[in-house]
Design a protein around this ligand. Structure first.
Ligand SMILES: Cc1cc2nc3c(=O)[nH]c(=O)nc-3n(C[C@H](O)[C@H](O)[C@H](O)COP(=O)(O)OP(=O)(O)OC[C@H]3O[C@@H](n4cnc5c(N)ncnc54)[C@H](O)[C@@H]3O)c2cc1C
Length: 446
């Protein structure tokens, strides 16, 4: 009996899963494997909110495979060693996996390829699983990636996504391949109280509800903080419990969505955009993509400001509400993320990496490409063509939370901008001055 293997990573679904379909096509039986990667634990990336969401995803994936006659094999350890061990146990000739974009994922892929080949097995890497357009497919004339979103989006819009694949009806898994216990959400300590449920079932339900009831209004309400009218699909996209290709195709086809669908699909293109930047410039996860020669504040006063920001007591209600939403839900509205991040990087003039780390510690959708590059965008060290713009948290509140609904939701008792609460950590005029002096005269946008 010919056996192959599918290594699940950030593609925890059975619908629209090219590696799973390819493996099933090629062989009689498939080992669906997930490795609880001790290497990721060592990077500090496996934080409680994402570990809890992941546990939901694996439980749901196992159930989906069982309904098809199979099961999920879970192992814990170093990924390459575990994959090779399971491949040997099962006699698998091929291992199918989705392409990753982070430096970590690519190194892992390379090591895996070599290790499998030396044992006479083959690694098959599939594109367009975790993004709609694979990184590197769209490039401008003189570079290996797009550094500016607008021209990227023009090309991206003309690219025809691959066809969506259905879920397999039957998944035959060979006997005798042992599995560790599935991790359970209840065993994870320190999880945000309002954390959403993970798993493909929850993701598909949310996608269907969004396409039916939400998307049509998206163009007009996506920045309205009180309305909370975005899809909240980000964690599902990060863990791959929703396929971005399927989402784009269905959004475009959604009846009557029109401008809403267009605006929504554009946001999904931002996701692909950041992935292609990171794939081409893996160091952008930690180093300035475009340095502005910042000498970020350090020392006890900066530390105290950082602490106030993390805890949501900067004295600026919108920033504080945002930081509390992050802690409570492990998620934050995009507009709030922009204001909170601009406040740290520009108003407080603190290194964007400090803020990005805190977001990654809590965000259920915390993603190296999307988090680090959005932080860089906001800090002006990334791909923003107006790197020195500074968001005013009071003006942003008036514009995007005019009746204070969002602030009241997360800072109960606060009456909005002029209510009680902590004294502002810094005056906005003073902070703007400090930032402008630090950055010097605005450089031409590139
Ligand atoms: C400082 C900062 C940090 C961020 N960190 C992350 C992160 O770690 N993970 C993450 O998925 N998103 C991140 N974002 C982008 C965005 O805020 C979230 O994707 C969005 O708020 C998720 O909510 P939603 O699913 O309801 O979004 P919707 O508005 O419904 O958008 C649909 C999808 O489009 C994608 N998208 C939307 N905006 C962006 C964007 N600016 N960049 C990339 N993709 C986008 C997401 O996949 C999102 O789920 C960050 C933004 C900022 C400003």
């Amino acid at each position: 009996m010919a056996v192959s293997m599918v290594l699940f990573t950030s593609d925890l679904r059975v619908h629209d899963h090219p590696p799973l379909r390819a493996a099933l096509r090629a062989t009689d039986a498939v080992v669906p494997l997930f490795v609880l990667d001790t290497g990721i634990d060592a990077t500090g990336f496996a934080v409680p909110n994402r570990r809890a969401f992941l546990a939901d995803c694996l439980t749901d994936l196992d159930a989906a495979l069982r309904r098809r006659g199979g099961r999920l094999v879970v192992r814990q350890g170093e990924v390459v060693a575990e994959v090779c061990r399971v491949a040997a146990e099962a006699g698998a000739g091929e291992v199918h996996v989705s392409a990753g974009v982070t430096a970590y994922a690519r190194r892992r892929e390379e090591r895996l390829r070599r290790a499998l080949e030396s044992a006479g097995r083959r690694l098959v890497v599939h594109d367009a699983v975790t993004t709609v357009v694979p990184p590197g497919v769209l490039t401008p004339a003189a570079s290996d990636h797009f550094a500016v979103f607008t021209p990227y989006f023009r090309h991206w819009s003309q690219h025809r996504p691959r066809d969506v694949l259905g879920a397999p009806r039957v998944v035959r898994v060979p006997d005798g391949v042992g599995s560790a216990d599935l991790p359970a959400r209840r065993d994870v300590a320190g999880v945000s109280e309002g954390l959403a449920a993970g798993g493909e079932t929850a993701g598909r339900r949310r996608m269907a509800a969004w396409l039916r009831d939400g998307i049509a209004r998206y163009a007009g309400t996506h920045d309205d903080l009180g309305a909370d009218a975005t899809s909240r699909l980000s964690a599902h996209l990060h863990f791959g419990t929703v396929s971005p290709t399927e989402l784009v195709r269905r959004a475009r086809a959604a009846d009557g969505a029109g401008a809403g669908a267009e605006a929504f699909v554009r946001q999904l293109a931002w996701r692909d955009f950041h992935h292609q930047v990171l794939a081409a410039r893996p160091h952008a996860a930690t180093a300035d993509y475009r340095t502005r020669h910042d000498r970020w504040r350090t020392g006890p006063r900066a530390e105290a400001d950082i602490e106030a920001w993390r805890e949501g007591r900067t004295g600026y209600p919108l920033v504080d509400a945002a930081m509390r939403q992050l802690r409570h839900e492990g998620w934050m509205h995009n507009r709030a993320r922009m204001v909170a991040a601009s406040f740290l990087a520009k108003t407080l003039y603190v290194d964007w990496r400090t803020g990005a780390r805190h977001f990654l510690d809590l965000l259920v959708d915390g993603d190296v490409a999307d988090n680090q590059l959005n932080w860089q965008w906001v800090a002006g060290t990334g791909t923003d063509t107006r790197p020195n713009r500074v968001l005013n948290p009071l003006a942003q509140a008036r514009r995007y939370d005019p009746d204070g609904t969002y602030v009241r939701r997360w800072l109960p008792g606060s009456a909005g901008a002029d209510g009680g609460g902590p004294r502002p950590v810094v005056g906005l005029a003073e902070a703007l001055d400090r930032f402008r002096q630090a950055r010097g005269p605005a450089r031409p946008a590139v």
